[in-house]
Design a protein around this ligand. Sequence first.
Ligand SMILES: O=C(O)COP(=O)(O)O
Ligand SMILES: [Mg+2]
Length: 228
Amino acid sequence: MSDFHYVKAVLFDLDGTLLDSIPDLSEACNRMMLELGRTPYDIEVVRTFVGKGMVNLVRRCLAGSGSATEVEVDAAVNIFRRHYAVVNGQWTTLYAGVVPALEALRQRGIAMACVTNKPAAFTAPLLERMGIAGFFGATVSGDTLAEKKPHPAPLLHACRLLGFEVADALMIGDSANDAEAARAAGMPVLLVTYGYSEGVPVDSIECDGLLSSLVDALPRFHASPSPV
Ligand SMILES: O=C(O)COP(=O)(O)O
Ligand SMILES: [Mg+2]
């Protein structure tokens, strides 16, 4: 694995990388399914639906239980939003190693951003509720721009907001959406092995290294704050 001692900014994916948010996403999906008179899903199935944002999550839920027109998807998205607003953060947990890693990177003077496909209305309250909002100098959500991951635009936007060049940055995520976005943006990417990757084995995704915990990345960064 290569070293990232030159890295000045780390962009973090949210769902499946920092937070295990599947219990809340699954609960909101299933409340939506029941309201629509459809059969709820096992949480492990919902796990494979997460990654390309809320509308695709809802579309995948409906497609898995029969057909759905785009009008039906739009209506279901509104139902999902209502339920997710209630449960967002309720059963979500921080993965082991996340807070120690974020603290260590802050200590070393490395800027951090959160780049997620989750809609902004749910991102900020969740970061606050989980107590990690203060680590991030910028947050880019799935509906901040016209494009979301795997498009590189959210990563490039996060770099701009943090005030760093792409060449200074590294992405850490859990799926091909993060890996492809980072590759297209021109930055290296590490993937965690414990997250959600849309049913694709994470070790089959092209990246610059796998992490079983975020703290495993720490030896690869410079050890002390940059001189000013
Ligand atoms: O909202 C999703 O589908 C996934 O969100 P993420 O980009 O934080 O993994
Ligand atoms: Mg993710």
